[in-house]
Design a protein around this ligand. Structure first.
Ligand SMILES: C[S@@+](CC[C@H](N)C(=O)[O-])C[C@H]1O[C@@H](n2cnc3c(N)ncnc32)[C@H](O)[C@@H]1O
Length: 293
């Protein structure tokens, strides 16, 4: 766990703030706009505006962090259907992150109702009111997801928002994504900001079909996954070829308890033994053709 004493707010291009993680060496959100990323890369990509017309919605927020994806989801759903009942499970390893977001008032851009919910989740790790039942499970998502599975929680939308596969490989493995697929309803969607080939093939190995999304504030697309092809935008030729390179060899964690180093080493060994094309050759082939992932 991080020894970072506090997180310092950093402005992003839409006027909202994010944090930098010294432990993972990455920003918590796209510098192009933290709130915009939550609204578009996660909420719009999982078709929540259409789903909001239902009586109830189940949300699974993997790597809850500052709570922006949850906030954007609740705000979107209740703007469209104020009576929609929402069941939310958030998973987060570091309880200091949501607390710090509230302490720095980084949630000021959300509506008063949503701000109250985020504050309660940060301190009490649960909220129960007439239209929301929410829990924030603190711990390694690989372990906490087991409780979600035991509850038979079937999410309409899953937000997959760990740090990048290079920095946090344990949350991008085939085995972890299989656990998430178990929690996805038959017509649900999982969205992530990443288009890493290893993440995409891991989603496919987990039994999901993948499509591209427009990831906000980044130069590359995001990914949406579901059990059917219906309403997924298909991958470009360039993206499909990326999935036939060594970069697409997924991370593995058979017992869901390996260290990041073990997970990375296992994949490197598989890459060495692979007869797939190196990703550098694919990149070179597409460099002249635009756009480059
Ligand atoms: C990119 S940030 C997520 C941002 C967040 N979704 C938001 O809207 O603010 C990644 C988060 O993953 C958390 N994290 C890192 N490793 C984790 C693990 N093994 N299990 C659960 N959460 C983890 C970090 O503490 C951090 O809050």
């Amino acid at each position: 766990m991080s020894t970072q004493p506090d997180f310092s707010p950093e402005l992003t291009n839409d006027g909202s703030y994010t944090f930098f993680s010294e432990e993972f060496g990455e920003w918590f959100h796209s510098r192009g706009g933290a709130y915009d990323e939550a609204k578009l890369t996660f909420v719009a990509a999982t078709h929540l505006p259409e789903k909001a017309k239902r009586d109830k919605i189940y949300l699974l927020d993997i790597c809850y962090g500052l709570g922006y994806n949850t906030a954007a989801a609740l705000e979107t759903i209740w703007r469209i259907n104020p009576d929609c009942r929402v069941y939310l499970m958030g998973l987060e390893i570091n309880p200091a992150v949501p607390v710090s977001a509230i302490a720095h008032n980084l949630v000021a851009g959300w509506s008063p109702d949503i701000r109250r919910i985020l504050a309660m989740l940060a301190t009490d790790h649960q909220v129960k009111c007439d239209r929301l039942e929410a829990r924030l499970l603190i711990g390694d998502a690989r372990e906490k997801i087991q409780s979600v599975i035991q509850m038979n929680f079937q999410a309409d939308s899953i937000f997959l928002d760990p740090f990048s596969p290079l920095r946090c490989p344990s949350l991008w493995t085939v085995e972890f994504l299989q656990q998430l697929a178990t929690c996805l309803s038959p017509d649900g969607h999982l969205a992530t900001y990443s288009c890493a080939a290893a993440a995409r093939t891991a989603l496919q190995f987990a039994g999901l079909t993948i499509g591209s999304t427009q990831a906000i504030g980044r130069q590359w697309p995001g990914t949406v996954a579901s059990f059917t092809e219906y309403d997924l935008s298909s991958l470009s030729q360039q993206e499909q070829e990326h999935l036939r390179t060594r970069a697409a060899i997924p991370y593995r964690d058979p017992n869901l308890n390996a260290s990041d180093q073990e997970i990375v080493q296992r994949r490197q060994q598989e890459q060495i033994e692979s007869d797939f094309e190196p990703a550098s050759r694919w990149r070179k082939r597409w460099a002249s053709k635009q756009p480059v992932l």
